[in-house]
Design a protein around this ligand. Structure first.
Ligand SMILES: C[S@@+](CC[C@H](N)C(=O)[O-])C[C@H]1O[C@@H](n2cnc3c(N)ncnc32)[C@H](O)[C@@H]1O
Length: 216
């Protein structure tokens, strides 16, 4: 991850929560939370790119232990403040493309709105697989703009430019097929794939919710 992108997330941190809901539509992250609440015990969990910790408390409630990580110290500071009552959460500054954990450490990897920002998403998935136990699972919630109409796409680009001011250079346009293909190539077997949409807002961005286990 380049210094320029680390700086981008640092500058974004204080306005991140309002910006992301403006760009995606305010119902998408709550809908992802609902899906996470349907998950069974996720064991020893690592959250990659936790940002300001929007998903972290729900993940903590659903796991035996949780480590939440991000490349940006500024993002992590906001997450720590938001979750100061939750002493059990361990926070680490870490690039998810170079995880500071041994092979086979975790039962679950969670990546929320993050895979698209990897320098190389395929390599990031390989790294996730490395730190998972042999029975482990990965859950990816990632935006998918392919459902937007032409006009919706124009509005999205305009909102992104206006709110993000510039887009991180690592931004990839991932869709369900691309993510499933990458999971297949990196030794995972998809067990759940859903599209999360906000029917009440035609300009809202959809999200893929994909769960995969390590292939036997
Ligand atoms: C779009 S935000 C998502 C934050 C949070 N998961 C959420 O959904 O609200 C992307 C986050 O990924 C982090 N990030 C980007 N590239 C990263 C990398 N290579 N390693 C770790 N974190 C990274 C950014 O700092 C930012 O906090």
């Amino acid at each position: 991850m380049s210094d320029e992108n680390i700086k981008f997330w640092a500058e974004m941190s204080s306005r991140y929560d309002s910006v992301i809901d403006d760009i995606f539509g305010g119902n998408i992250r709550p809908k992802i939370l609902e899906k996470l609440n349907e998950e069974e015990d996720m064991g020893k969990l690592i959250e990659l790119g936790c940002g300001t910790g929007y998903f972290t408390k729900t993940l903590a409630n659903k796991s035996e232990s949780i480590t939440s990580t991000d490349i940006s110290e500024e993002m992590l500071e906001i997450a720590k403040e938001r979750l100061k009552e939750c002493n059990e959460i361990k926070f680490h500054v870490m690039d998810f493309q170079d995880c500071k954990f041994d092979d086979g450490t975790f039962d679950t990897v969670f990546m929320g709105l993050v895979l698209l920002f990897a320098d190389d998403p395929l390599e990031a998935l390989k790294e996730s697989r490395r730190i998972l136990k042999s029975e482990g699972a990965i859950i990816i919630a990632d935006p998918d703009i392919s459902f937007l109409s032409f006009y919706g796409m124009l509005k999205f680009r305009f909102r992104a430019l206006l709110k993000y001011r510039r887009v991180p250079s690592t931004g990839h346009l991932l869709n369900q097929k691309k993510i499933v293909d990458m999971l297949d190539k990196t030794g995972f077997e998809v067990v759940k794939k859903e599209i999360i949409q906000d029917e009440s807002n035609p300009y809202s961005i959809s999200a893929n919710y994909i769960k995969a286990k390590i292939s036997k």
